[in-house]
Design a protein around this ligand. Structure first.
Ligand code: ATP
Length: 296
C-alpha cells in the first residue's frame, strides 16, 4: 500500500486557439493547440485510514473545500470505487491562478492519477480522461499532456508530434481575467472568416518541426477581447518580440502571455528585463521554462 505520493502538475499554454461557435447549450466549440510546459504545481497525496478528504494549499485565497478541483478529483474516484479510506492533499501552487494555464485542471488530473495509483484502482489513462471531463473540459488533456489538438469543448484530443525544444517565457500581469467574461464578449457566432486563426497551418508547422513558421501563424481568437480590456498584454508581447522571441501570444483567455525563443540567451535577456529590469512593472509573475513532452 502506497502511503504517500509526491506529484507534479504541469501547466499548459495554447499555441493556437480558435472558437468555432457557441452551441445552444451555452458551451463553445473550440479548436486549440495545447502544449505542456515545465512550470508545475507540487501535490502531495497522503493516505488516511479514515474516510474524508482534507485539502491544504499555500495560497490563502484558494478554496480548501469541495470547490477545489483537487478535492473534486479525489472525491470522484473515492466515491465511485467506494474506498473506505481518505486522503490528505497538500497543494503548492506555482502555476499562475486564473491565468489561462489550466492550473486547476492540471492539479485535478494529477490527483486522479495519484488516487488511482495509491488505491490500486487499475484505471488506464483513457479511464482517467473519461472521468476527468466531469471535472472540467481541460482535465482530459492534462491527464494526457504533451502537444495535442483539442476539439469539441476541449475534450476531443488528437496527439501531435512533439516540437523541437524551445525556451518559453511566461509573464502574467497583475490582473485577473474571468474566462466567462471573455467568452461572453467574443460573440463567437458573429466572427468573420478572417478573424479565425489558421489552426491547420499551425498543425502543419508543428508536423514540420518549424518553430519560426509556427510562430508566424500564431493566433488566439480570444486575444482581441482580453487585450481591449487590458492593453498591457500587447505591451508584454511587444517586449518579448523586441528581445528576440520567434513569436509571443496570450494563452487561453489570458492574461498570461508567453514567448517562444529558439535562442536561450535571448530568452534569458527577455526574462531579466521583464522580471527585474526596465519592464518589470508590466508583469507580476515571470518564469522562464520550456516545453514538457515527457509522458512519464
Ligand atoms: P484555464 O486555463 O482552464 O482557463 P485558468 O488558468 O483560467 O484555467 P485556474 O487557475 O485553473 O484557471 O482556476 C481558476 C479558478 O478556479 C480560481 O479562481 C480558483 O478559485 C478555482 N480553483 C479551484 N481549484 C483550484 C486549483 N487547484 N488551482 C487553482 N484554482 C483553483
Amino acid at each position: 500500500m502506497i502511503k504517500h505520493l509526491g506529484l507534479k502538475a504541469y501547466g499548459k499554454i495554447n499555441l493556437g486557439l480558435d472558437v468555432l461557435r457557441k452551441r445552444d447549450d451555452g458551451y463553445h466549440e473550440v479548436r486549440m493547440i495545447m502544449q505542456t510546459v515545465g512550470l508545475y504545481d507540487r501535490i502531495d497525496i497522503i493516505y488516511r485510514d479514515e474516510p474524508g478528504i482534507e485539502v491544504e494549499t499555500n495560497l490563502y485565497y484558494l478554496p480548501n473545500n469541495e470547490n477545489n478541483l483537487v478535492y473534486k478529483a479525489a472525491d470522484l474516484l473515492l466515491k465511485e470505487f467506494q474506498i473506505p479510506h481518505g486522503v490528505h492533499i497538500k497543494l503548492k501552487k506555482f502555476i499562475p491562478v486564473a491565468a489561462g494555464m489550466a492550473g486547476g485542471s492540471s492539479d485535478a488530473a494529477a490527483v486522479l492519477f495519484g488516487v488511482n495509483k495509491m488505491f490500486g484502482l487499475g484505471l488506464t489513462m483513457e479511464g482517467l480522461m473519461k472521468r476527468g471531463v466531469r471535472i472540467g473540459a481541460d482535465v482530459p488533456y492534462c491527464v494526457m499532456r504533451g502537444t495535442a489538438l483539442a476539439e469539441g469543448i476541449g475534450e476531443v484530443l488528437t496527439p501531435l508530434p512533439p516540437m523541437p525544444q524551445c525556451q518559453v517565457l511566461i509573464a502574467k500581469p497583475g490582473i485577473s481575467v474571468s474566462t466567462k467574461f471573455v467568452y461572453d464578449n467574443l460573440h463567437a457566432n458573429d466572427l468573420r472568416p478572417e478573424q479565425h486563426p489558421d489552426i491547420d497551418g499551425m498543425i502543419e508547422a508543428i508536423k514540420n518541426r518549424d518553430v519560426q513558421l509556427l510562430a508566424s501563424r500564431f493566433g488566439n481568437v480570444l486575444e482581441t477581447v482580453t487585450i481591449k480590456e487590458y492593453p498591457v498584454i500587447e505591451k508584454i508581447k511587444d517586449v518579448m518580440k523586441e528581445y528576440g522571441a520567434a513569436g509571443a501570444m496570450m494563452s487561453g483567455s489570458g492574461p498570461t502571455v508567453f514567448g517562444l525563443f529558439t535562442s536561450p540567451r535571448a530568452a534569458q535577456e527577455a526574462h531579466e528585463v521583464l522580471r527585474y529590469g526596465q519592464y518589470q512593472h508590466l508583469a507580476k509573475q515571470v518564469y522562464l521554462t520550456n516545453f514538457y513532452n515527457n509522458k512519464a
